[in-house]
Design a protein around this ligand. Structure first.
Ligand code: ATP
Ligand code: MG
Length: 372
């Protein structure tokens, strides 16, 4: 099997390495800041010259799109093993991503580039009183975002102008995402849509498959396949959307496995990590993997590890081994069952082992399950 290198030494590459073990695909990781090689799921750190890296790894992919413009990463991107160069050129810059969506006529919130304060006034006039202003680079978990309101003072730093876009505030009923892959032969595989809930810009929980998406799945697949084909993309891509009265509107795209696809680890016997590796290594497109009716994914944000979690019924727990920090993604729990009633019971069983904040989010997920 072709060895794969994942740029980025975080949890997504870690879970990819774990998935690779099942298929006999050696997956190692590379710290994108230091350039150190992290073999498999270990925390060893080694150094390896770039020409050796290029020789050893037929496929170099990434677990994050904000790679920066360092000499190291530019050299990695210049290797023959680097995958999906076009997507990593366009998607990490919001302005380029939005322009591409407009060109492809894939619905997205109307937007404008902000060079200065006057542009912000103009954006209010054109796009509405309430705007979402976003840095064009390096945003994640709601960082680098502001919500100015016309006629009120705002907290956007003056030096940020020139690297910002303003988007119209979208009036959505819910957020959903589509995770899917394009294979080198041009075939596609899509998971069912996921329903996602954010708080303070951070994904807190997802339901996969999302309930009541009969009318949306085909549209979402058409949109994402158009994008992946345009970029001649191979591997998993995630498309975050707003559901509106006019249909789906794309919020943003990620050229990688995605937090909103974590439910597939327990909710399907073929996960988004399996899918990414299969597409990259030229394996066959899966045929109808087994799936639970619904899975809840609860992100573990800024909390302490609890050894009881993994022993509870219906629970699959992932802990990333990262240093604890407030609002940091430290792990996630997938809860699945063969019926909604049983799943609700699993959620209730977990409640006593969660802090108040996580309990609140899980209670919201239970309310959605009960209403589904
Ligand atoms: P991620 O962690 O997914 O990379 P991010 O920091 O890149 O997040 P976005 O996904 O663009 O940021 O925005 C975070 C959240 O803010 C969205 O999931 C959505 O809830 C809200 N949001 C973003 N853009 C808009 C918009 N134009 N209108 C309304 N809400 C928005
Ligand atoms: Mg997002």
């Amino acid at each position: 099997m072709k060895p794969v290198l994942v740029v980025g030494a975080g949890q997504l590459g870690l879970m990819m390495a774990a998935a690779g073990a099942r298929f006999g695909i050696p997956v190692d990781r590379m710290d994108h800041v230091t350039g150190e090689l992290v073999p498999g799921t270990s925390n060893l750190r080694l150094t390896m010259p770039l020409d050796e890296i290029e020789q050893r790894y037929d496929i170099i992919t990434a677990e994050l799109e904000h790679l920066g413009d360092t000499p190291l990463l530019n050299s990695v991107k210049a290797t023959k093993s680097w995958q999906n160069a076009a997507a990593f050129e366009i998607l990490p810059t919001r302005e380029k991503q939005k322009r591409m969506l407009d060109e492809l006529q894939v619905a997205t919130a109307p937007w404008q580039f902000l060079n200065n304060q006057d542009d912000l006034l103009n954006a209010h006039a054109e796009l509405g009183d309430k705007l979402v202003v976003k840095s064009i680079r390096d945003g994640y978990d709601g960082k680098g975002q502001w919500r100015p309101v016309a006629g009120q003072s705002h907290d956007i730093p003056a030096e940020a102008f020139g690297g910002l876009i303003a988007e119209a505030m979208v009036d959505f009923s819910r957020e959903v995402s589509l995770v899917g892959a394009r294979f080198a032969n041009g075939e596609y595989y899509f998971f069912p849509l996921t329903e996602n809930y954010h708080h303070e810009g951070i994904l807190r929980y997802s339901l996969g498959p999302a309930p009541k998406t009969e009318d949306l799945q085909a549209d979402a697949q058409t949109m994402l396949s158009k994008i992946m084909e345009h970029l001649d993309y191979v591997g998993v891509m995630a498309m975050e959307c707003f559901q509106t009265e006019q249909g789906l509107i794309v919020n943003e795209l990620a050229p990688r496995v995605h937090n909103s696809g974590h439910w597939t680890q327990a909710g399907s016997d073929y996960s988004q990590f399996d899918l990414h590796l299969s597409a990259l290594t030229g394996a066959a497109v899966p045929h109808q993997p087994k799936r639970f009716p619904v899975t809840v994914m609860l992100n573990l944000i800024g909390c302490e590890w609890n050894a009881e979690w993994q022993a509870l019924p219906g629970i699959q727990c992932y802990w990333y081994g990262k240093e604890r920090r407030d609002k940091r993604k430290l792990g996630h729990i997938n809860l699945s069952a063969s019926s909604v009633e049983e799943l609700v019971a699993h959620c209730e069983g977990l409640m006593p082992y969660l802090d108040e904040e996580h309990k609140g989010f899980l209670a919201e997920a239970v309310a959605l399950l009960n209403a589904s």
